[in-house]
Design a protein around this ligand. Structure first.
Ligand code: GCU
Length: 415
């Protein structure tokens, strides 16, 4: 009895600390995004006229976004598989093969190495794949498998006690640390998963130095790259490796990320047309939400808290009198491929309404290719087979029970 009271008090104290830390977010979480959005935004038109000019237009969109938001992301680099270690898959329900990949990436500076895990359903023919960017450390990302991590692999999430991990999963959902591997394999998809912080740390105190050494040209140039772009670069280079693997359908590789990872999963797929599409879940500000929106996280707030994520110019982007571009330019770059935008009603911080408006504004580009972009009439109208599928569930920020089944509906529809 006393133990339970103590436990209750501890949870209350912890939630209080979390609530205070994220004061703005908690206030916003008490508000729910409307299903039928009333808010309109005066958006700059997409500078796109016809299909013939598309690749030039896409290049222009890329330049605008690099200059104002992400910094210059090198187009090329090298990716090498230094070591492949077979992983036992007896612990999985689905028949599968798994490998630990030690990857070495290089742009124009000093190379960096990190680990990723590949899991493929057993199949005679090449399989589609989701390239998953995670933040919880590799071991926590595939808890069913036994890895032999490098010293450098961060163990975020698993470093904490079971109690703290329990709270983390309670607050951010059952898939907050690890995707449902068996469910994904059962749909015929493989995964390649990595912890973006193993490549460039998600810390303002370390990331700049790591990026200076890895991307010297970009970092010394006019538009220095931030970590969102750096992680996207890593995904693109991992695509170089996937393209060479005959077990994988290179034309069916989707990027996936949640929140900060959702931002960079979206950038990777937008900038690199080899990806079949993307699932950007609750990507918010600097992702699929509009810069000129006053709902949720502001540019001032995100660039103050996470100065390493973007190119410095982003902090100066006027929100009151915004520039002649917005994040619908980023979404448009994915046309005519498949995009899923995940949202939750009480995650107003990541701004579902302006995300919906951005998707709507980008949709005409799909029409240039004879496809429909977003067909949803309101935020609750989930159509997994649409080329822009807008997913909205009840609840708050996180990767919860309902999310992955919905993601898999989208992946199955676009297989
Ligand atoms: C913070 C940040 C968001 C980000 C989120 C996350 O809330 O403000 O922009 O998306 O962290 O990555 O979970």
């Amino acid at each position: 009895m006393l133990k339970n009271i103590f436990r209750g008090l501890m949870i209350a104290a912890l939630l209080f600390v979390v609530a205070c830390t994220y004061q703005n977010r908690v206030q916003l979480t008490l508000v729910a995004a409307p299903i039928t959005p009333k808010q309109q935004f005066d958006l700059p038109p997409l500078p796109i006229s016809d299909r013939e000019q598309w690749s030039q237009s896409r290049e222009n969109l890329r330049q605008i976004l690099e200059q104002n938001v992400y910094g210059e992301i090198p187009d090329k680099g090298s990716a090498a598989l230094i070591k492949i270690t077979r992983i036992d898959t007896n612990t999985l329900t689905e028949p599968a093969i798994a490998e630990q990949w030690q990857i070495k990436l290089q742009a124009d500076g000093i190379a960096r190495e990190f680990l990723a895990v590949l899991v493929l359903p057993q199949s005679e023919t090449p399989v589609p794949l989701v390239l998953i960017q995670n933040f919880c450390g590799l071991e926590a990302s595939v808890p069913q498998l036994t890895l032999t991590p490098l010293e450098t692999t961060s163990r975020l999430c698993t470093d904490s006690s079971a109690f703290v991990n329990g709270i983390h999963l309670y607050v951010f959902g059952r898939y907050a640390a690890a995707p449902p591997l068996d469910m994904i394999l059962a749909e015929g998809y493989g995964i390649l998963i990595f912890n973006s912080g193993d490549f460039i740390k998600d810390k303002a105190a370390f990331a700049p130095r790591q990026m200076d050494a890895f991307f010297p040209a970009s970092r010394q140039g006019k538009n220095p790259i931030g970590t969102i772009g750096a992680w996207a670069f890593a995904s693109m280079r991992m695509m170089d490796l996937l393209e060479q693997d005959e077990r994988i359908r290179a034309d069916k590789v989707f990027t996936y990320g949640h929140s900060r990872q959702g931002k960079s999963a979206l950038v990777a797929a937008a900038f690199d047309s080899r990806f079949a599409g993307s699932i950007a879940h609750q990507s918010g500000t600097g992702g699929a939400a509009l810069n000129r929106s006053h709902n949720g996280e502001s540019i001032a707030s995100i660039t103050k808290t996470y100065p390493h994520w973007f190119t410095p110019a982003y902090a100066n982007l006027p929100e009151q009198d915004p520039a002649n571009f917005d994040q619908h330019f980023l979404i448009a770059m994915l046309a005519p491929r498949a995009l899923m935008l995940g949202n939750a009603r009480r995650d107003v911080w990541s701004d579902p309404v302006s995300t919906f408006r951005a998707a709507e504004a980008a949709s005409p580009v799909w029409e240039l290719f004879g496809r429909q972009g977003m067909r949803a009439k309101n935020l609750g109208d989930y159509q997994p087979s649409a080329h822009i599928a807008f997913w909205m569930r009840p609840g708050t920020h996180g990767q919860v029970k309902e999310d992955w089944p919905a993601f898999l509906q989208f992946l199955t529809a676009h297989k």
